[in-house]
Design a protein around this ligand. Structure first.
Ligand SMILES: Cc1cc2nc3c(=O)[nH]c(=O)nc-3n(C[C@H](O)[C@H](O)[C@H](O)COP(=O)(O)O)c2cc1C
Length: 186
């Protein structure tokens, strides 16, 4: 049987993003059980309805990449208690139809299973994960809210701008991967 494809969406645009490190760990954990595609979206323009149609080329490319996935897993930092603006912009674009004439059609997100994890300061991204989970549910995704792993970054990560996950961290991420694979196959 073909492996399911999970699209990884990183909420940070930073080159040495800790959340990208987290996503790389999750990709390694999923090896042999899912195909992972990183959905790169840093070239999306800010959504402006004056420029929505015809679909800008980066939007079409990212929509195609999302459509090819069976599920999405978001890895996000927390900005001021919520999700970063670039991640909201990604979901705003993906929540729209390709043509103005098809308002009733499903989008590339409709009913897609989704979950979220994240690494940040003290709140372990609780605010960002809650916000992005609410957003994904609002745009008709099938969201796994139980068992989301949040991580408080250790001093070492900030000092070296590089994060080495502990065994406990890997275990928490692994538990979420197991839960998400089960959730997807329901
Ligand atoms: C504008 C801004 C607001 C932030 N607000 C929060 C916050 O509310 N809570 C928190 O824990 N960290 C906050 N941070 C710190 C980020 O969560 C932290 O830099 C993040 O882990 C970086 O993730 P990255 O390495 O994936 O970019 C904020 C950072 C920025 C740039």
């Amino acid at each position: 049987m073909a492996l399911p494809t999970i699209g990884f969406v990183i909420g940070s645009l930073r080159k040495s993003s800790f959340n990208r490190t987290l996503a790389n760990e999750a990709a390694a954990i999923l090896e042999g059980r899912a195909k992972v595609t990183f959905i790169e979206f840093s070239d999306l323009p800010f959504l402006n309805q004056d420029e929505e149609f015809p679909t800008p080329a980066p939007v079409a490319r990212v929509r195609e990449a999302v459509a090819a996935c069976d599920a999405l897993w978001v890895f996000t930092p927390e900005y001021n208690g919520t999700l970063p603006a670039q991640l909201k912009n990604f979901f705003d674009w993906m929540s729209r139809r390709a043509t103005p004439e098809a308002p009733a059609q499903p989008t590339v997100l409709t009913e897609k299973p989704a979950t979220a994890s994240g690494a940040s300061g003290g709140a372990a991204t609780a605010g960002a994960r809650a916000a992005v989970s609410d957003l994904m549910a609002y745009i008709y995704m099938n969201v796994m809210t139980e068992g989301q792993a949040g991580f408080v970054l250790p001093g070492q990560a900030w000092a070296e701008d590089s994060w080495t996950l502990s065994d406990d961290d890997r275990q928490a991420l692994s538990a979420q991967a197991d839960a998400f694979l089960a959730f997807m196959s329901k």
